[in-house]
Design a protein around this ligand. Structure first.
Ligand code: ZN
Length: 249
């Protein structure tokens, strides 16, 4: 019932936007760091290390951790849910994809018009002269540096273009996300617990402007009671069924 009812909502909607969170990347082997006892986050408290203050005061410690984080993300591939969403975009059904994920997997799956509200590991930049460097270059610079700190040509430590704890979200991306949410007939919320603000407020904007929500997420969300459709199964299977229900296999 659930995947076909999402397909039904999609058919009836003029504009569809997607909002994705950590859950869509779990089948790719990227654990949600808010789930206790998973992977890299087991050994360190990310809220302590992946913090802007640590980057500023102790870039060596920050990069010791973040370099490992890059390593765990680098070899990961998009899964069926990422591909299904890219397929919906190809078919002109879904417009933009707003994501909290920094893992580049939507881009790898071929999604366009990505609004990465927490940034991406795809590039790092210098906080002093603003020069930007792609991931491969950052990795090379990190291995070459005696302290393991990737440095700009000007000598300053590079900072990954992701939102660290203690930092504000990028204003341009957030403004775009809010505009998309407020103008959507339908928001597909995929793999997000919809609990992390301010991104968690986007579904409310869609509802407030008369749009509907379809939630494709394992586990409860604060919006479950107000969703027009709710899929709680495996995210790859559910997304595959939605695409199939629309005849897009
Ligand atoms: Zn610089």
């Amino acid at each position: 019932m659930s995947a076909s009812s999402v397909a039904e909502l999609i058919r009836g909607a003029g504009s569809v936007v997607a909002l994705t969170g950590a859950g869509i990347s779990v089948p790719s082997g990227i654990p949600d760091f808010r789930t206790p006892g998973t992977g890299l986050w087991e050994k360190v408290d990310p809220m302590e290390v992946a913090h802007i203050n640590v980057f500023r005061r102790d870039p060596e410690r920050f990069w010791h951790f973040y370099g490992q984080r890059f390593q765990t993300l680098e070899d990961k591939e998009p899964n069926g849910a990422h591909r299904a969403l890219a397929r919906l975009q190809d078919a002109g059904i879904v417009g933009a994809v707003i994501t909290q994920n920094i893992d580049r997997l939507h881009a790898k799956a071929g999604s366009r018009d990505l609004v990465e509200v927490h940034g991406s590991i795809a590039h790092s930049s210098c906080q002093t002269c603003r020069a930007g460097y792609p991931l491969d270059d950052v990795r090379d610079r990190q291995s070459a540096d005696p302290d393991g700190i990737p440095r700009c040509d000007c000598g300053q430590p590079l900072k990954p273009d992701v939102v660290l704890f203690g930092e504000y979200l990028p204003v341009a991306a957030l403004t775009r996300a809010e505009h998309l949410a407020a103008s959507a007939d339908l928001m597909l919320c995929i793999g997000s617990s919809l609990e992390v603000y301010p991104v968690a407020s986007l579904p409310q904007m869609t509802l407030d402007t008369g749009g509907q929500l379809a939630i494709i997420t394992q586990g409860p969300t604060p919006y479950d009671g107000r969703a027009a459709a709710r899929c709680g199964g495996d995210v790859e299977a559910e997304m595959g069924e939605i695409v199939a229900s629309l005849g897009l296999l």
